[in-house]
Design a protein around this ligand. Structure first.
Ligand code: URA
Length: 229
C-alpha cells in the first residue's frame, strides 16, 4: 500500500496532512527517511513518525460464499453488494479479487491487500478457477472436447486457453479455467450450444470454498490460506 494511505488509515492525520509530514522528512520506513508519499509499504514494515512507531492495521483476507442477487462491486444503486454483507469496520478499504455475475454463487475473495489480490487476478499468474456448471441439456463428449481444446469466443482475437473438464453427471461439469474473460463460462458454454442454468465457483488457485459457509456467510482466511498466493 502507498505510504500516505497506510499512515492516514492508521492515524488521525488526513491524507493531505500525511503528504505534508512525509515531504517534510518526518517519516521513516525501516530506519530510512522516506519523502515520497507513493512509496510502497506493507504492514510488515516499521513506519515511524518523528521516531515514534505507528501501529499499522492488520491487512484483512476474507472468503465469502456469495449468494444469488448480490453484486460483486463496492457500490450499487439497485442490489446489495458483497461488502454490504460484511459487518466490519473500514469496509471501504476492501476490494474483491475476481468478480462473479449477479446470478453466480460461490467463492469470492475480499481483501485490502492490493499486492495479494494482484497475484490472484493478474492474467500472467494464470490462477485456476474451478466452477461447477449446471446445464439445461445433456452435454456431449464433442462439446467437452471443444472446451478442453480451446475455442474462439465472439469478439475475441484469440482462442480460449485449454480448460479442464470433469463430468459429474449428464448435465453437470466441473470446469477449470486459467483466465477470466467477461462472462467466460457462460460464453464458452454458449459457443458449444449450451445454456448455463447454475454457476457456482468452488475454488480459486488452491483456496477451496469452505463447505461450512452457507450462502451469504464469510470467514477470515487462515494464515496458511493467505500464504497460498
Ligand atoms: N464466468 C461467467 O460467465 N460468470 C461468472 O460469474 C464467472 C465466470
Amino acid at each position: 500500500m502507498r505510504l500516505d494511505k497506510l499512515i492516514s488509515n492508521s492515524t488521525v492525520f488526513t491524507r493531505s496532512q500525511t503528504g505534508k509530514i512525509i515531504r517534510k522528512g518526518d517519516v521513516s520506513v525501516n530506519g530510512s527517511i522516506i519523502k515520497k508519499a507513493s512509496f510502497k509499504v506493507s504492514p510488515k514494515d516499521k513506519v515511524q513518525y518523528l521516531g515514534i512507531e505507528i501501529n499499522l492495521p492488520k491487512l484483512r483476507y476474507i472468503m465469502m460464499n456469495k449468494p444469488m442477487k448480490v453484486v460483486c462491486s463496492t457500490a450499487d444503486g439497485e442490489h446489495q453488494t458483497v461488502l454490504d454483507l460484511l459487518f466490519i469496520a473500514k469496509r471501504d478499504n476492501l476490494h474483491i479479487a475476481g468478480r462473479l455475475d449477479l446470478d453466480t454463487t460461490g467463492l469470492v475473495l475480499i481483501t485490502d491487500d492490493g499486492q495479494w489480490s494482484h497475484r490472484i487476478t493478474a492474467p500472467k499468474h494464470k490462477q485456476a478457477k474451478v466452477y461447477r456448471v449446471t446445464l439445461s441439456e445433456m452435454i456431449s463428449n464433442e462439446a467437452i472436447g471443444q472446451l478442453e481444446t480451446g475455442l474462439r469466443l465472439k469478439n475475441e482475437a484469440k482462442n480460449t486457453l485449454p480448460a479442464q473438464v470433469k463430468k459429474i453427471d449428464d448435465k453437470t461439469i466441473l470446469l477449470t479455467l486459467r483466465e477470466g474473460k467477461y462472462h467466460q463460462v457462460k460464453r464458452m458454454l454458449a459457443a458449444v450450444g449450451h445454456h448455463v442454468e447454475q454457476l457456482h465457483r468452488q475454488q480459486i488457485g488452491k483456496i477451496i470454498l469452505d463447505p461450512n459457509l452457507k450462502a451469504g456467510e464469510w470467514r477470515e482466511l487462515s494464515e496458511d490460506e493467505i500464504q497460498l498466493f
